[in-house]
Design a protein around this ligand. Structure first.
Ligand SMILES: *Cc1c(COP(=O)(O)O)cnc(C)c1O
Length: 406
């Protein structure tokens, strides 16, 4: 399929290019020592991850450990409640082991680490979800795991810190600056530049320098490949629309990659938070501009000095001031439409899906549900496939404390 001059039949051969660019977005904007480490990972990725042995092993792990394929569920009662003309379906990444899509790329990254002969995986975490997923993968493969986390986040995210420790990870407290994610990123990169011979850095989304946006997309593509086949098996046709929430953009890229070459409308949903004012949302593609951060060129929210702006969302997994370079590319191209939903719409959808379908979604995923519900009201007829990126257990205490039971 051709779209705005891009041939999607051969898209994955051409994007990213050999330097890690999706159009003008992507690349490797880090110091020379780490550039060498990235080049090593890129080479390993092409030689190891395309090998039959690696693919077979990852496939077995997905089935026997992660519990894949995750099902697609027809949301019949919710569809009926919205008028019954549009049918909603959910891809159930909440049923992936550890409760979210993140394990899909963490298992791939950790398996690559093992094949490369590395002893350790390193990452930072903010809310702790990426740390828990990586600690899970490290435990499975018997790798050491250092997770860098700011003091403030360690205090706020006690259950996830406990999970990481139980899984055998080493949670390294970052005590400088604001003691949150930004400092944790710096500390993790710092450690990696000293330890890159024995360790591999594992990024938590389709962000960071090349090859991570490509690698994480490819590891997540299992979501879109499964969902496409399952949806056709259930209905005999393709969905009219596919919806996913976008923080860094890994669950969305995994889902969309299965449908880029199909006549299907793709929607990425960003968090509008409390409103349109800078600092009240994290809708980088909608309100941001081109810029470089965390080693890559993309579209980002900047403050008055041109630095990454403070962002906010009720979903801690979505409050990132940029999105992956491939999203920026697909945004400019118009192949994916990016739109926003607010905190309030999200919380309504959180309760609606729980009550109508018996599925408590992660607040991140509830953004996609909210948008799917909006589409159902405006489309007139057809079908919408929503990527339910994770389950809501982690959000329960917060939702009850802040919003009460509805
Ligand atoms: C972390 C997380 C996200 C956001 O990450 P992406 O890379 O944008 O997918 C979305 N949903 C859940 C459940 C998460 O844990």
């Amino acid at each position: 399929m051709k779209f705005n001059g891009i041939d999607f039949d051969t898209y994955f051969n051409n994007y990213p290019d050999e330097n890690g660019y999706f159009g003008k977005y992507g690349g490797v904007y880090i110091d020379d020592k780490l550039k060498a480490a990235m080049a090593e990972i890129t080479e390993a990725y092409y030689s190891i991850c395309q090998s039959r042995k690696f693919i077979a092993e990852l496939r077995r792990i997905r089935k026997e450990f992660q519990g894949r394929p995750t099902p697609v569920t027809h949301l019949e009662r919710l569809s009926d409640a919205l008028g019954g003309k549009v049918q909603l379906y959910a891809k159930r990444e909440d049923l992936n082991h550890s409760g979210a899509n993140k394990l899909n790329h963490c298992m791939g990254e950790a398996l690559l680490a093992k094949y490369m002969g590395k002893k350790k995986v390193i990452a930072e975490t903010g809310a702790g979800q990426h740390g828990v997923a990586l600690a899970t993968a490290a435990a499975y493969f018997g790798l050491e795991c250092d997770i860098y986390m700011g003091t403030v986040d360690i205090k706020k995210q006690a259950p996830n810190v406990a999970r990481m420790k139980i899984l055998g990870a080493n949670v390294v407290e970052v005590t400088h600056g604001l003691q949150t994610l930004k400092e944790a990123v710096d500390a993790a990169f710092d450690a990696y530049s000293k330890e890159y011979k024995d360790a591999i850095y594992c990024i938590g989304s389709v962000v960071g320098p090349h090859p991570f946006p490509m690698m994480v997309r490819d590891f997540q593509s299992v979501v879109g490949i499964e969902a496409r086949e399952q949806f056709i098996g259930m209905t005999g046709e393709l969905p009219d629309a596919v919806v996913a929430c976008v923080g860094g953009g890994s669950n969305a890229m995994g889902m969309f990659s299965g449908f880029l070459n199909d006549p299907v409308d793709l929607y990425g949903v960003e968090p509008l938070g409390r409103g349109e004012k800078l600092g009240d949302h994290a809708a980088s593609l909608k309100y941001g501009e081109e810029g470089i951060m965390h080693g890559f060129n993309s579209i980002m929210l900047k403050d008055e000095n041109g630095d990454p702006a403070p962002v906010y969302s009720v979903a801690s997994g979505l409050d990132y001031p940029s999105s992956g370079p491939e999203h920026a590319f697909l945004h400019d191209l118009g192949r994916v439409k990016y739109d926003v939903v607010s905190d309030d719409e999200t919380i309504d959808a959180f309760f609606e899906l729980s009550r109508m379908e018996g599925i408590i979604p992660a607040i991140e995923s509830a953004h996609a549900v909210a948008y799917g519900m909006k589409l159902a009201k405006t489309m007139g007829k057809g079908s919408v496939l929503i990527n339910l990126s994770g389950r809501g257990d982690k959000d329960m205490d917060y939702v009850i404390e802040r919003y009460g039971i509805r």
